[in-house]
Design a binder for this molecule. Sequence first.
Ligand code: UGA
Length: 442
Amino acid sequence: MTISSRPRLSIIGTGYLGATHAVCMTELGYDVIGMDVDVEKIARLRAGEVPFFEPGLGELLRKNLETGRLRFSTSFEEVAGCADVHFICVGTPQKKGEYAADLSYLDSAIAGLATHLNYRALVVGKSTVPAGTAARLADLLAALAPSPDVELAWNPEFLREGFAVEDTLRPDRLVFGVRSAWSEQQLRAVFAPVIEAGTPVVVTDFATAELVKVAANSFLATKISFINAMAEVCEVTHADVTQLAEALGYDDRIGRRFLNAGLGFGGGCLPKDIRAFMARAGELGVDQALTFLKDVDEINMRRRTRVVDLGFELVNDSYIGTKVCVLGAAFKPNSDDIRDSPALDVAASMQRHGAVVVVYDPAAMDNARQAHPELCYADSALAAAQGANLVLLLTEWSEFRQMDPQVLARVVAHPRIVDGRNCLDPAVWRAAGWTYRALGRP
Ligand code: UGA
């Protein structure tokens, strides 16, 4: 396919998903315009600055800005004037005070774009949504677009933070939820280089495409909570959940990935997606089908309480006046994202119980400071551990996995550690004089 036969693309919403998608599609050879109503975000992207932490994305953004094929705008009118396929990548967060997803950003993006579509165009939803949303948005689009030839498609996204570039350029699969052969054809043209590289394509209706995404995240959440439930059993039987996971993982039908027991899942996706899925199932009258997700959620939240309790045992049943060093604030390593971060949740809870909590994270300090001004922050792991009565490792950054227990022991008041991610070697830490505790491990 020649470059000229490739559709021109717009990406509406330049958060995590949209910014990565815009940069990667330019890298694949397309003309791309990224759009956001957030003026500051667009100014930073234009200046070659990624507004969040994602390994490799900044370099790729600057490289592609230089080609002249990647632009950014804050105007729906401009975007409508220079693209054939429009991707909607806005957020669908959990509604305040409810489990359901807040679709207001999605509705306003579709409405803002639609009134300018006076030509044949494809609008592609990428956001994670409750089943039935695409059908409703197709009606909205048809009602608002001046052209009768505007179609909607749904193309869920599976990228992981920390691996966003790799996951976008080389996804495991592409899912096209479409209502016409033309829509499928357009999507095949948009992803031609990815498809030619061997990525499988599954073509579905709208509802299936919407469900693939929430089902995938529900499965991943269930897998994590399964191994964390096993960790609870390991704790009372004195078994070792890390060995259990290794042994289970050799069975190809089970697989070792996402069987890391510990503090459990957080972030902007897994927790809110399983809750929104339960809420939607209730609306559809099939809530019983998903009641197990409530257990998945509960097992996950119990892990946070368990870490607070483990720490409590180590400081002789009182946090009052103790100094606690928390290593990690991001919801997972290689990210500065603190949305529903298990690490910060535990840190804040300990502080509420009377401890003085000092946090260090290699990337998420600014975000953590903003969300939790009541906590103390230090510039390094060693500085955070200075004089600590208890150390908690809550996000498994490689910097923490590689810490020298002898060096850390010299700065703390008491060498006691809770390994909330089962990522340290207990024998090594105990040999260095530490009281070592972990979840699901003797
Ligand atoms: C997740 C999915 O993995 C992506 O496929 C999906 O596209 C994305 O949500 C989304 O919906 O946008 P992400 O939120 O970036 O990606 O993070 P994960 O790598 O899935 O990790 C989620 C949480 O689970 C983290 O807090 C992590 O520490 C925890 N986790 C992961 C475990 O506790 N144990 C494991 O074995 C694996």
